[in-house]
Every structure is written in C-alpha cells, then in structure tokens.
Design a protein around this ligand. Structure first.
Ligand code: BJ8
Length: 401
C-alpha cells in the first residue's frame, strides 16, 4: 500500500499542536474553555455550559524539569509534565482554560492538584472508592451529589446557568461522538486492519483538539470512510498473519513514538486500544431516556469507566475480555508509566487474566517520557512480535478455512 499519509488522516497528525491556534481563536471569539484531566469527569457538564473541553494532561518531556523543582522526581511523568506546563504557562491549554477540573483518582494527581489549585482556578471532583456503587448505595449517592456540585461549580466559574435541557442536549452530542469514534476504531476488527498503529492512535488522541464539534465528528467520519474504502479495495498496511496487538494501561499520549510508531516499525499491527481514548472511554453511552433523572444517567455511565484508580473495578476486565475476542488479538501490551501505582499494581492481574484466562501472550512496558529507552523497547518489541508470528499465522489460517 502507498505509505504517504492520506489527506483525511493528515488532519489528525499534530492535532494537539494545531489546536493551539484553534484554542486562541475560540477564546478571542468569547467562548469559554474548561481544562480536564480524566475520563471520570463528565464532559457533558461543561458542554452543557457551551464551553469547549480540552484535555490538559501533559505529553511532553520538556516541562518535567521545571516540575521537579517542586514535585518529587519519583512521580509519574504525566503528572510532572502537566504540572510543569501549567507552572510556566508553556501549555497553551492551561493558559486558555477558564477553569481546570481535577478528580480524586491516583494519589499523585490528588496531591498535585492541591498545589496546582494555588495558581490555577481548580475544581476537584471526589470519586467514590467503595465496593458497592449501585443506585441507593452511599457511594453512588455521593457520586451523584458530586456531579451536581460540579455542575454548580461550572456555573459559578463560567458565570452561566445550565438547565437540564442543556445537559440532555450535551448527552446526545457526546454520545454521538462516542458512536462515531467507535465506528472508526471498530473497523480494525477486520483482518487485516485497514489502519496502521499511528493512524489509529492519532485519530483517537488528536480529535480531542478539534473544538468545533461538528468539524471534529466530520473529520472522524472521513477517516472511517477512508478505512471502509481500503477494506473494499483490499489495501492494508499489514497482512492477515501479522500479529494483532491490543494496547492497555496508562494514557499513552506522551509515549506515542515509543509504542505505536515502534510497533509499526517492527512489523506488528495494533488493532485495539483498551485506553481512555477508545475501549475505556467509548464503549458505554449515557442513557438518553429523558424521562429519567439527568444526574442518575450521568452518574451511572461514568461509574462504568474501567480504570484501576477505582477499587474493586471489574469493568476493565470485562472490556479487555470482549476486545481480545472481538479483535482477534494475538498479544497484549500493558504500558505502565514510571511510578504509576494503580496501573503498575494491577498489571499483575492483567497478566494473569491475559495469559491464564485468555491464553494470549503478554508483555509489560514500563517507561517514561524520556528518549533513553527507545532502542531497548524496540529490541523487546521485535522479540515479542517474532514470538507471536507462528500463532498469528495459525490464527489467520484458521479464519480462512
Ligand atoms: S480514567 S486512565 S484519565 S485516571 S496520572 S493513574 S498514569 S500515576 S491517568 Fe487516567 Fe482517568 Fe483512569 Fe483515564 Fe497512573 Fe499517572 Fe496517576 Fe494516571
């Protein structure tokens, strides 16, 4: 297949950087912007206030040095990079955000927010780390109340009023985006996948920086159409017998080149992402039944984000289970950012599930935002892909018989 990047996919290359100009234009036009860190904070609330939402998680190595003047060095790079970008105003998204929403997920973020809140306008949502989270349980009621308090904080910070109708409209809009996004990445179920790892990842991570919602959805529809065309024409970046990889673990936007680019280079095919940008954040919708309580439908849906920062969470394993089967996965790579306790500790369980329940190959990559381990990771990935080749060939043969 022709390796030059088709125009439709080009929209998503460097989308985060291109978004700087878009964010400035948006602010110049008088629209508000809300910075967010996490898939647990309901996007629908700032959207209902007609504000743009932007992910402010740091993805660059440069701000880390500044962050380490205040934060401990032995902290996850995502936290340090985010903090450094906010500290020196080198991250335009922090600079343009009218308010920042944090959440009590991991200890590192929680404690960083305490300091960040001294120089940025922050609101922190409290997540319930309780074993029982069904409706009527104290944990559930706490979470529903938190969503109402969050709505009130957005209203007072953005000096606006949010009606229930505004929230229902935002629910439909966000669900629509989730459906369109899932339609895109589900094309990778095809054997072989019509996308390279970088294409798949770029669309899923960079679409978030197109703030005009209709433009964003249209751009995703275009790459979905391009994917369908490739399948129809039989033009694929990989072969049926290329090892099919699922990526799980910590957010990967700061390590894209070490994971997605390298897997493309060493001859694997990334077809599924159990990450916040795909399986973890898109598989469940908010119930659109307007006869129900609007805060209940949001509370319910956001408790289904399968992330190890929550205790007693089974959702991540349910999604992993389904994705491994549906995407015909040969091997799972668990990416753990240095010093991330929730994902680091849960990696033991993920390995056990992948190898002993699903009988698939497993590899853990522990890394940070530096470039020092690129060649070491390349060598490990080469060996992993090579190890999978025979099994992948048998899998491909079995599906053609
Ligand atoms: S829903 S994945 S965005 S918490 S910052 S836990 S890497 S030590 S990010 Fe996340 Fe929400 Fe879950 Fe998604 Fe570890 Fe670093 Fe903490 Fe992190």
């Amino acid at each position: 297949m022709n390796n030059s990047l088709p125009e439709n996919f080009d929209t998503f290359v460097d989308g985060r950087k291109q978004g700087f100009i878009r964010a400035k234009e948006l602010k110049d036009s008088g629209q508000k912007m809300v910075g967010m860190f996490c898939g647990f904070t309901p996007f629908e609330i700032p959207m209902a206030a007609k504000a743009a939402t932007v992910m402010v998680c740091g993805v660059d190595e440069e701000p880390i040095q500044d962050a380490e003047r205040i934060l401990p060095r032995n902290l996850c790079p995502l936290i340090k990079s985010s903090f450094g970008g906010a500290l020196n105003d080198t991250c335009p998204y922090f600079y343009f955000s009218d308010m920042i929403i944090g959440e009590t997920t991991c200890d590192g973020k929680k404690k960083m927010y305490e300091i960040l809140g001294k120089f940025k306008n922050m609101y922190v949502m409290h997540l319930p780390n309780w074993p029982q989270l069904g409706k009527g349980e104290p944990g559930y009621e706490l979470w529903r109340d938190e969503i109402i308090k969050y709505k009130e904080a957005v209203e007072s910070n953005l000096e606006t009023t949010i009606t229930e109708d505004d929230i229902w409209e935002a629910i439909r809009d966000k669900n629509d985006e989730r459906r369109i996004t899932k339609e895109f990445y589900s094309l990778a179920k095809h054997v072989p996948s019509p996308f390279t790892a970088m294409e798949l990842n770029n669309v899923l991570t960079q679409a978030l920086f197109i703030f005009d919602r209709e433009e964003m959805k249209e751009s995703i529809r275009k790459v979905t159409a391009e994917g369908r065309e490739r399948i129809k024409r039989g033009e694929f970046p990989a072969k049926a017998e290329t090892p099919r990889i699922l990526i799980t673990g910590c957010p990967t936007s700061g390590v894209t080149d070490k994971i997605f680019k390298l897997i493309d280079e060493v001859g694997g095919s990334v077809v599924a992402l159990e990450l916040c940008t795909a399986g973890r954040g898109n598989e469940t919708l908010v119930d659109e039944d307007t006869s129900r309580d609007v805060y209940d439908v949001i509370a319910e849906r956001y408790l289904k984000v399968g992330c190890p920062v929550m205790m007693y969470d089974e959702q991540r394993f349910k999604v992993l289970d389904e994705m491994i089967d549906e995407y015909q996965i040969d091997g799972v790579i668990d990416v753990v950012l240095t010093a991330c306790n929730p994902f680091g500790i849960e990696s033991v369980r993920v390995k056990d599930f992948v190898t002993n329940t699903k009988h698939k190959a497993f590899m853990k990559i522990e890394t940070d935002y530096s470039k020092s381990d690129v060649e070491q990771i390349r060598t490990r990935l080469e060996a992993f892909i090579e190890m999978l080749e025979d099994k992948a060939a048998s899998r491909a043969l079995a599906t053609t018989l």
